[in-house]
Design a protein around this ligand. Structure first.
Ligand SMILES: [Zn+2]
Length: 63
């Protein structure tokens, strides 16, 4: 099972600008796709790949 930095299993998306994060308890590629889709709809921008970079709505300037 993949493990995030804080020891909890799941998938996490971290803003490369300010460190803001979004998390889902699911793991795997589908979990990432869902997480990014939700983030994208919330105004995040950046690469659609887990490697990033990703930027939250504040850093993108839409906030
Ligand atoms: Zn940010």
């Amino acid at each position: 099972m993949p493990t995030t930095d804080d020891g909890l299993t799941g998938t996490i998306l971290v803003c490369d600008g300010c460190g803001r994060s979004r998390r889902t308890s699911a793991t795997g590629r589908i979990a990432w796709d869902l997480l990014w889709l939700q983030a994208d709809q919330a105004g995040w921008a950046g690469s659609d790949r887990p490697l990033g970079p990703h930027y939250c709505i504040v850093c993108v300037g839409n906030g």
